[in-house]
Design a protein around this ligand. Structure first.
Ligand SMILES: O=P(O)(O)OC[C@H]1O[C@H](OP(=O)(O)OP(=O)(O)O)[C@H](O)[C@@H]1O
Ligand code: HPA
Length: 183
């Protein structure tokens, strides 16, 4: 079931972003090409893993949460909100500060009401900085987080609550080692 995700990770290129060994993969970068069969495999695994009971909305972050969020939304009929890097100044918008292993920036959360039950999905966990910012924003809005899932977990990562992942990897300067698969 994990064939396409695991095999594509084992052969993906690494580039340096400062000291950070950055792996380049279709699910986490959208390049060189997102094959439908890979996206479908990831979508089916996410659907199998997630606790969707009573869930109202799916939450993802721009950019690389979008394709997996759309796939899950189409399969579940759950609406999707995309946390954007652009400010809209809509009523109720929440600004979040994102810090990753190689960047800092602002994110803007819209479309969440007090009492919403949500799942949050993302492509990668590395430092967990992005997910911590998202969870803080959702808590500030009074949303209840039913489940958090990442497709690819790289390294140890504490986000202050339990979460699920599909694949755990280790990234070195010469490549990706797949350490574990779930679901
Ligand atoms: O656990 P962390 O250290 O926070 O890293 C994970 C985040 O980094 C990437 O986002 P980024 O905003 O860099 O890029 P993107 O626009 O390509 O999604 C990725 O999509 C995750 O959201
Ligand atoms: O190494 C990475 N590759 C792709 N996306 C990422 N998001 C955090 N780290 C990475």
């Amino acid at each position: 079931m994990f064939n396409k995700l695991v095999e594509s990770l084992k052969t993906c290129p690494i580039v340096k972003r400062g000291e950070y060994n950055y792996f380049i993969h279709p699910i986490s970068d959208g390049v060189p090409i997102v094959e439908p069969a890979l996206l479908r495999e990831v979508a089916v695994l996410m659907l199998r893993a997630l606790d969707l009971k009573g869930v109202d909305k799916i939450v993802v972050a721009e950019a690389m949460g979008i394709h997996i969020g759309v796939a899950l939304s189409l399969m579940t009929d759950l609406p999707l909100t995309i946390i954007r890097k652009r400010e809209y100044q809509l009523s109720g918008e929440v600004a979040l500060h994102q810090t990753t292993g190689y960047s800092k920036g602002e994110l803007y959360l819209n479309g969440i009401e007090k009492g919403d039950r949500v799942v949050v999905i993302d492509d990668v966990f590395s430092t967990g900085g992005t997910m911590k910012a998202i969870l803080k924003g959702l808590a500030d809005k009074g949303a209840e987080v039913s489940d958090v899932l990442v497709v690819i977990k790289r390294g140890e990562c504490d986000i202050g609550r339990p979460y699920k992942y599909l694949v755990e990897i280790e990234v070195t300067k010469s490549g990706v080692n797949v350490k574990d698969t779930k679901f």
